[in-house]
Design a protein around this ligand. Structure first.
Ligand SMILES: Cc1cc2nc3c(=O)[nH]c(=O)nc-3n(C[C@H](O)[C@H](O)[C@H](O)COP(=O)(O)OP(=O)(O)OC[C@H]3O[C@@H](n4cnc5c(N)ncnc54)[C@H](O)[C@@H]3O)c2cc1C
Length: 276
């Protein structure tokens, strides 16, 4: 069972628990992006198991009639085993999602997987437009990737980047990455049909609202479960399209540890909960 301190960030250990959380979000006008926790498999059987679990989840979402989609990690679908394994598993998930009318996001992992992830996205999105891919503003290559992506169907989620790539391929330092984020966000609002703003940063969200006023481009705001939830509900209440990224599954410990490590307030909150 997930201890109370972790269940702020993780919706539960199985799909029914995650769907309960989705219903609560939907009641407050917030959509959900469901992510079954799991990554970096070197065993093809585990990747196939998670692909099958995602197919079941797609059915669950469609049967429940909730406002939810899925977000999958390439390394969860076997990219570390081989690009062919990843592509086959992704094809299964995308095929089921197409039949059931569920949107599929591809998360972006470390920079060594960017090409394979974007290639797989391009391969599928041409026939299945209800797809999106995450792009990291801290990578030097990102503008070139966006130029390619805005010519395709599908949606881009712009994030700052959660990995720590070498300086040869990435911009370093908070201020520089923020500047890059603003520039890429403006590029997307100017050239894409729809933009997903994946950030908790009030400055970036405010900038997205300004860009919407300037360019009129449709957009959605995406934030993680347990992070600035009040802002999520306020934005939804104000009429914006808000979607919460909702992780669930039995591999919750490392995800929770990551959330705690990235922010002092989360660590203090966890400590207080553990000490009672
Ligand atoms: C929906 C979603 C999907 C993502 N998918 C990916 C992915 O596929 N690949 C990837 O590399 N990364 C992904 N990320 C992570 C992303 O790259 C960043 O690491 C992460 O979002 C932190 O950057 P930030 O813009 O949210 O804010 P930060 O730069 O961390 O913080 C900026 C400001 O935001 C506010 N803030 C941030 N966190 C909190 C908090 N916990 N509580 C209160 N205020 C806070 C504070 O005002 C802070 O000063 C995703 C993020 C989101 C929200």
């Amino acid at each position: 069972m997930i201890p109370p301190v972790a269940n702020n960030f993780v919706a539960g250990e199985d799909a029914p628990a995650a769907l309960d959380h989705v219903r609560e979000l939907n009641a407050d006008g917030v959509g959900a992006i469901l992510n079954l926790l799991g990554e970096h498999y070197d065993d093809p059987a585990k990747a196939a198991d998670d692909a099958a679990a995602y197919c079941d989840l797609v059915d669950d979402i469609a049967d429940a009639g909730v406002d939810a989609c899925i977000s999958v990690k390439p390394s969860q679908l076997g990219i570390d085993v081989g690009e062919d394994v990843f592509r086959e598993n992704l094809a299964d998930v995308v095929a089921r999602a197409e039949v059931r009318g569920v949107f599929v996001w591809l998360d972006m992992e470390d920079h060594t997987t960017t090409d394979a992830t974007l290639d797989a996205f391009e391969h599928h999105v041409t026939d299945h437009a209800a797809m999106g891919v995450c792009v990291q503003a801290n990578l030097r290559r990102t503008r070139e990737d966006l130029e390619r992506l805005v010519e395709l169907p599908g949606t881009v989620r712009l994030v700052k980047g959660a990995y720590d790539p070498p300086k040869e391929v990435a911009y370093r330092g908070k201020a520089t990455v923020n500047e890059r984020y603003r520039e890429e966000l403006e590029y997307l609002f100017e050239h894409a049909d729809h933009v997903a703003v994946g950030s908790h940063d009030p400055e970036m969200v405010g900038y997205a609202l300004d860009l919407h006023d300037e360019y009129g481009t449709e957009f959605e705001i995406q934030m993680l479960m347990g992070v600035r939830e009040e802002a999520q509900f306020q934005l939804a209440e104000a009429g914006y399209d808000v979607n919460q990224y909702v992780p669930y599954g039995d591999k919750w410990l490392s995800y929770f540890y990551r959330r705690v490590r990235e922010r002092k307030e989360n660590a203090l909150f966890a400590l207080r909960a553990i000490l009672g």
